[in-house]
Ligand binder design. Structure first.
Ligand code: PEP
Ligand code: MN
Length: 353
């Protein structure tokens, strides 16, 4: 349920609400808006307990949240969530592009690709250190050494890093190096992983499972949010359908659907979404036109030799062209593409809420 506090509710009055919620064994998440505080109350009230929050001083009203996801819901929080990572704002009026190789292969090529995607306007470096591969015989990622290369590439370029964590036991290690932890499509329903990620501080990029609905994606996000980590970015990356002309079917209607349902930022991954280099630019444009807050794009200097996902990886010059066309679409949408240098120089982030 949502507890809407009065405009002038005092800290003591809010504390009374928290106390009462704790007393019946439920949990809460307070959202301090510009005007007022709303408190999301989560958990299941035991039959033996009664909770009457509407009679407490400072409480304006109590509204049930109808959706199965609570903290992720726009019913609880009307304004878009803006997540700030190393000075980069995600979810505001600027489109954020994360780009880089599917897998981190070696330090030299990683730094080269990081420099080139930065030059073209990317605001994040992506790259897998732990790779979820369909075959156990395929390259599994370089693990910790790859994390070190990512940290080095960040040092050289200033690009914050997003990389995948596959296993609960690796969270402390990956969190030590990454700025954003990615949960891959194959792990979207790994609830023990999601619960653990709820307990740590770094933002999470949560990818939609290949056979998961939009509501299931939001329920997975809810696992992280309910653990206390409110910084979750959702990512549409294509789902399995009967269509086999592309690797996956990029479900762009998920974007407006998510935007309506949740306040969380929404990214699109057109690389895994299509599996084909030649379609990535078109679907990037379409993603931004559909209202996505950002893109996750695979780029490799020599895709023919890539250790994973070469067929869908753009060459640096393709990526530069993609960024140009994304700029034009963003502009048509009344947005702009986030430039790292401008953002960090302290220029006002246009339209950021
Ligand atoms: C990736 O982004 O490298 C990846 C493995 O993606 P997904 O989990 O969407 O397949
Ligand atoms: Mn990949």
């Amino acid at each position: 349920m949502i507890v809407v506090m009065k405009l002038n509710a005092s800290q003591e009055e809010k504390e009374r609400v928290y106390q009462e919620v704790r007393r019946v064994g439920l949990r809460y998440q307070a959202i301090e808006g510009v005007e007022r505080t709303v408190i999301g109350v989560i958990g299941t009230l035991p039959d033996t307990r009664k909770l009457s929050l509407d009679v407490l001083p400072g409480v304006e009203k109590v509204i049930p949240i109808l959706k199965p996801y609570k903290l992720a819901s726009r019913e609880l929080k009307k304004d878009n969530t803006i997540i700030t990572v190393n000075g980069v704002q995600i979810g505001g009026n600027r489109v954020v592009v994360a780009a880089g190789p599917c897998s981190v292969e070696d330090e030299k090529s990683l730094v080269a690709v990081a420099r080139s995607v930065k030059e073209s306007g990317a605001a994040f470096l992506r790259g897998g250190a732990f790779k979820p591969r369909t075959s156990p015989y395929s390259f599994q990622g370089h693990g910790e050494s790859a994390l070190k290369y990512l940290a080095h590439a960040r040092e050289v370029t200033g690009l914050p890093v997003v990389t995948e964590v596959m296993d609960t036991k690796d969270i402390p290690l990956v969190a030590e190096y990454a700025d954003v932890l990615q949960v891959g499509a194959r792990n979207m329903s790994n609830f023990s992983l999601l619960k653990e990620l709820g307990k740590q501080a770094k933002p999470i990029l949560l990818k939609r499972g290949r056979a998961s609905t939009v509501t299931e994606l939001l329920m997975s996000a809810e696992y992280i949010l309910s653990g206390g980590n409110m910084n979750v970015i959702l990512c549409e990356r294509g789902i399995r359908t009967f269509e086999n002309g592309t690797r996956n079917t990029l479900d762009l209607s998920a974007v407006p659907s998510l935007k309506e349902a949740t306040h969380l930022p929404v990214f699109v991954d057109p690389s895994h979404g299509t599996g084909k280099r030649d379609y990535v630019e078109a679907m990037s444009r379409a993603a931004i036109a559909s209202g996505a807050d950002g893109l996750l794009v695979e780029v490799h200097h020599n895709p023919e030799k890539a250790l994973s996902d070469g067929e869908q990886s753009l060459r640096p010059q393709d990526f530069a062209r993609l960024m140009q066309s994304v700029h034009r679409i963003a502009e048509a949408m009344g947005k702009s593409v986030l430039s790292l240098d401008e953002e960090r120089s302290g220029l006002p982030a246009a339209g950021a809420q």
